[in-house]
Write a protein that binds this ligand. Structure first.
Ligand code: NAD
Ligand code: TYD
Length: 339
């Protein structure tokens, strides 16, 4: 690997990966390719802005000409695809963009990557492709049973990756991460939304009974998991990246409020999400066998995350206006009955 294209890396996890790779592999050129949708934010890349081995190009992974041009310009040999529409609630309100990016975009990247003759293609995917599991742990060979338009679009992208591996012999690896949290996460997902709302003493709209279980993974551990799969994963294989930390939403939110010193009475139970998956849980043994291990405990990672939002209000206050407020009203006005 020499010239790596990291798509969608102006977003939450991709930017953490880009910051990590630029520092860890000074001999790689890290080219970020991002459409800069509502979730893309160049502030996330400010820490590496002056680094010699970092470049940024704006573009859409579903735009064939733009993809071809960037592959050629930097003589790209490796693609790591983070680019996606990533929020379940938005996929319920407006699924078009999910099919555009998470299915068609993945296909265009694969097709142009194949024609360009790249080496490894790593697709960043999610535990949501397995769907709701009542007990036990999902393993990589399990069937896909996606339940939201987001999960279905990610499953579609994965199947296209498989097809390019089998049909054209492309060197592909897939990672399936669990619910990720940490600094620079757009404040529409549970933790950043609730931390930033709680800081302003606003009600926290917890869906249903709040007993849904998610497997919470710190972003730094997600990034090291992708690095291990990228360098040591076997072609054609998928690897779960699990937080190995299954907790109910209500327990996570209470722990966050305790760290902030805010009352649990801010929690407001509201109308549930449609088709809300009750539980996700994965086995990470396959990735562990490649040498991956988590670097932090959940309490430490949650504290670091809460502290970051407290100290970086400049980052999220800029976001919470315009398009963000339109979305917030659409999603929560009826549920909270006050805006
Ligand atoms: P995010 O929404 O924060 O960032 C997505 C990025 O992709 C943004 O910078 C956006 O501008 C860019 N993008 C969107 N459409 C694009 C297009 N057509 N062309 C180019 N760029 C485009 O997402 P995230 O939370 O950082 O997730 C990154 C990846 O990880 C996604 O593929 C997601 O499915 C996967 N994932 C996320 C989680 C999680 O908990 N957040 C867990 C597992 C897997
Ligand atoms: P989210 O962060 O949207 O991730 P995902 O849907 O990909 O798991 O949601 C995490 C959990 O938190 C999920 O069970 C839905 C719940 N949730 C709420 O209860 N209220 C909210 O306002 C949001 C955004 C999520």
């Amino acid at each position: 690997m020499k010239n790596i294209l990291v798509t969608g890396a102006a977003g939450f996890i991709g930017s953490a990966f880009a910051r990590y790779m630029v520092a860890k592999y000074p001999h790689y050129t890290v080219v970020v390719f991002d459409k800069l949708t509502y979730a893309g934010n160049l502030d996330n890349l400010l820490p590496i802005d002056d680094e010699d081995n970092y470049r940024f190009e704006r573009g859409d992974i579903a735009d064939r000409e733009a993809v071809r041009a960037v592959l050629k310009k930097y003589d790209i040999d490796t693609i790591i695809n983070f680019a996606a529409e990533s929020h379940v609630d938005r996929s319920i309100l407006a699924p078009d963009a999910f099919v555009h990016t998470d299915v068609v975009g993945v296909y265009i990247l694969l097709d142009e990557g194949h024609k360009h003759g790249i080496g490894r293609f790593l697709q960043v995917s999610t535990d949501e492709v397995y769907g709701d599991i009542h007990s036990g742990l999902s393993v990589e060979g399990d069937n896909f049973l996606p339940n939201s338009p987001y999960a279905a679009s990610k499953a579609g992208g994965e199947l296209m990756v498989r097809a390019y591996h089998i049909t054209h012999g492309m060197d592909t690896v897939i990672t399936r991460g669990s619910n990720t949290f940490g600094p620079y996460q757009y404040p529409e997902k549970l933790l950043p939304l609730f931390i930033t709302e709680a800081l302003d003493d606003r009600p926290l709209p917890l869906y249903g009974d709040g007993k849904q279980v998610r497997d919470w993974l710190f972003v730094e551990d997600h990034v090291t998991g992708i690095d291990v799969a990228l360098h040591h994963g076997q072609s054609g294989e998928a690897y779960n990246i699990a937080g190995e930390n299954q907790q109910t939403n209500i327990d996570v939110v209470r722990a966050m409020l305790d760290l902030l010193g805010k009352p649990h009475s801010l929690i407001k139970h509201v109308e549930d999400r449609k088709g809300h998956d009750r539980r996700y849980a994965m086995d990470a043994a396959k990735l562990r066998a490649l040498g991956w291990q988590r670097g932090s405990s959940f309490p430490e990672a949650l504290k670091a995350t809460v502290d970051w939002y407290v100290q970086n209000a400049w980052w999220w206050r800029k976001i919470k206006s315009g398009e963000y407020m339109d979305y917030y009203k659409r999603q929560y006005a009826d549920r909270l009955g006050d805006r």
